[in-house]
Design a binder for this molecule. Structure first.
Ligand code: HPA
Length: 266
């Protein structure tokens, strides 16, 4: 960790980011539009590179609306074969860089029947169905405690702030519970029925590991999903990654403007 931080700080000097953003499918452009310093994951000691199409792999530092932020342009997923601790390492790095708030974004399948492709959903809570927890292993007491509380991962005051920003921009927002599967296969209709019975509103393959680690180390988390497709049903259409990317792309203008407004208001 010390090696990682030393390397990053040699680039960013006294740029101290206060907010971190992990950019999901379709949102990566934000880090092209706002980019003061970019460091490729491949160059950072102990980072892993991203392997999914549509995800770049850079840590991007920029001022957005006058606020200093660090963005992950491209995230690493459990389904790529990385360990939970590898994919959540960047969150710990952000904490060590002095970040206070973390905005997590993703593309997700809509389970709630009121959701349609292109909707944005504030994550109010999650269900970890990935079969693994990123905090398994020896605890680093400098980051957090062994048995961390998870009663309010997605901070209510940030949810309220995001709602106000959306209202100001005339963007309608859904709210709901994010259900995380390991992937990479999409769900079966029976699995989606199960998730629905368990109270889930949207389903995806990311975000939850980062949210657990961020909450554990005291970051204020806000999570937003872009609903890219209705989740699998026996009457529904077949799912493809291309369609998910296309739908996330369509929503990206409003998604980006909402993120910028939230950063400005934080
Ligand atoms: N299921 C899981 N992950 C996803 C989906 C989905 O339907 N859409 C986007 N990411």
């Amino acid at each position: 960790m010390e090696e990682t931080i030393r390397y990053i700080e040699s680039y960013i000097k006294d740029f101290k980011p206060e907010t971190g953003i992990i950019l999901g499918s379709g949102l990566g452009e934000l880090a092209d539009e706002y980019c003061d310093i970019a460091i490729s994951y491949n160059d950072i000691p102990n980072f892993i590179k991203s392997t999914v199409k549509g995800h770049k792999g850079r840590l991007v530092f920029a001022k957005i609306a006058g606020r200093k932020v660090v963005m992950m342009q491209g995230r690493n997923h459990f389904y790529e074969g990385h360990t939970m601790s590898e994919i959540t390492y960047p969150v710990k790095v952000m904490k060590k860089l002095g970040v206070k708030n973390l905005i997590l974004t993703n593309a997700a399948g809509g389970i709630n029947k009121d959701f349609k492709a292109g909707d944005l959903m504030l994550i109010t809570d999650h269900i970890n169905f990935m079969g693994a927890n990123p905090l398994v292993g020896r605890n680093d007491d400098t980051l957090g405690e062994r048995f961390p509380d998870m009663t309010e991962i997605y901070k209510k005051y940030l949810i309220e702030l995001a709602k106000k920003c959306a209202a100001d921009l005339n963007i309608s927002l859904k709210e709901g519970i994010y259900f995380a599967n390991s992937g990479p296969s999409y769900e079966t209709p029976a699995e989606i029925r199960m998730a629905s019975i368990l109270g889930a509103d949207a389903v995806g393959m990311s975000t939850v590991p980062e949210a657990i680690v961020a909450n554990y180390c005291g970051l204020n988390v806000l999570g937003i999903s872009c609903i890219s497709n209705p989740a699998s049903t026996s009457e529904g259409e077949r799912l493809s990654h291309e369609d998910v990317i296309k739908a996330a792309d369509k929503a990206k203008v409003k998604f980006k403007s909402l993120i910028v407004k939230i950063i400005e208001s934080m």
